[in-house]
Design a binder for this molecule. Structure first.
Ligand SMILES: Nc1ncnc2c1ncn2[C@@H]1O[C@H](COP(=O)(O)OP(=O)(O)OP(=O)(O)O)[C@@H](O)[C@H]1O
Length: 320
């Protein structure tokens, strides 16, 4: 991994009295995929808009490929390819034309843009719609194919920094998998990728680093392994409570096994425990179910989703 292609330092952006980004710092190096996670309204799109020069920060610094993105947004923008959260306006265009035009605008030759567009269409499996025109009434192309086309437009030409804001929205499971592979390839080919997503579980497979935003602030950052903690063998015991049923893990010391993390989300309770305690955990949960104190349970390896929920779930929302 190489030099930083994006450095964000102490970035603050307010909308009136609401603080959308509060002293956010993060870094993306060449060859690195950095996932930016956070709940709705956490401040992800606000951050992206400042990185690409669409919004000015109140304070803080942004450097893109060495250029000061606040003082000189035009230079910075030339070094960034953005897939925005809103659907790209493709009306009247075919995916082939849209992707080729995006490549030409980034300085590729006609032949290179054509070849790169074809290669991406194969990679993302959208060849069946490659020559179908998007119509202004939203017809011609499905939401998923429009999204994949917008992704291909951001991925077609080599740039120092690729920013993807929710690239998998509307995309089916098989093509999401292809898209994630392409995201990883962009990093492996040398780009820095900043990836905004809600899809914690799928993103975990392709990111090198994760930054978690909660109400505008960075509440956790690090590699997936670091964020999960040392317990790569941790397990997640999920208890499903009866409607209005009491939570048998509240307080966690009521459980007969050590609970390292406990998150309640509605009628689900997610408990993190050591793999060595699996048998005791199953015995406890089975007894709870037999005694009709819970509806059911599931035991699985802990994922980043558990870490993410623990970092961002407040008692208020957790017990909602
Ligand atoms: N133009 C604006 N005017 C006023 N408030 C805004 C504006 N843009 C964003 N906000 C507020 O700033 C906060 C952060 O919004 P932002 O869109 O950055 O969140 P997000 O993490 O991208 O959310 P989502 O996952 O829903 O896209 C929210 O409280 C939002 O209401």
């Amino acid at each position: 991994m190489g030099d930083a292609v994006l450095e964000v330092e102490d970035l603050t952006r307010r909308f009136g009295s609401a603080v959308a980004n509060e002293r956010v710092s993060l870094r993306v190096r060449a060859g690195e995929v950095v996932g930016l996670l956070g709940h709705n309204g956490a401040g992800k799109t606000t951050l992206v808009s400042q990185v690409v020069g669409l919004l000015r920060p109140d304070s803080g610094a942004i450097r893109v490929a060495g250029a000061d993105a606040v003082a000189d947004p035009a230079t910075a923008r030339r070094c960034v390819a953005l897939q925005a959260q809103a659907q790209a306006p493709l009306d009247g265009l075919t995916p082939r034309a849209a992707i080729e035009i995006a490549g030409r605008l980034r300085g590729m030759s006609g032949a290179d843009a054509r070849a790169a567009a074809r290669a991406l269409a194969d990679e993302l499996d959208i060849r069946d719609w490659f020559d179908r025109r998007a119509t202004p009434d939203g017809g011609g192309l499905s939401g998923g194919v429009r999204r994949l086309t917008a992704f291909a437009m951001a991925a077609v030409a080599p740039v120092p920094l690729v920013v993807l804001d929710e690239p998998t929205n509307d995309v089916d499971a098989a093509r999401r998998r292809r898209l994630w592979e392409t995201v990883r390839r962009l990093g492996d080919d040398g780009a820095g990728v900043l990836l905004v997503t809600h899809n914690v579980v799928e993103a975990e497979r392709v990111v090198d680093e994760l930054v978690v935003l909660d109400r505008g602030k960075v509440v956790a950052s690090g590699s997936p392994g670091q964020l999960r903690g040392t317990g790569d063998h941790d397990l997640r015991l999920e208890l499903s409570l009866h409607p209005d049923g009491a939570d048998p893990s509240d307080p966690p010391t009521d459980a007969p096994i050590p609970i390292t993390r406990r998150v309640r989300a509605g009628r689900r309770v997610l408990l993190t425990l050591a793999a060595a305690d699996a048998a005791a955990a199953v015995a406890w949960a089975t007894a709870l179910r037999s005694g009709e104190r819970i509806e059911g349970y599931a035991l699985a390896p802990a994922t980043l989703e558990d870490v993410y929920l623990a970092a961002t779930t407040t008692e208020e929302t957790a017990n909602a």
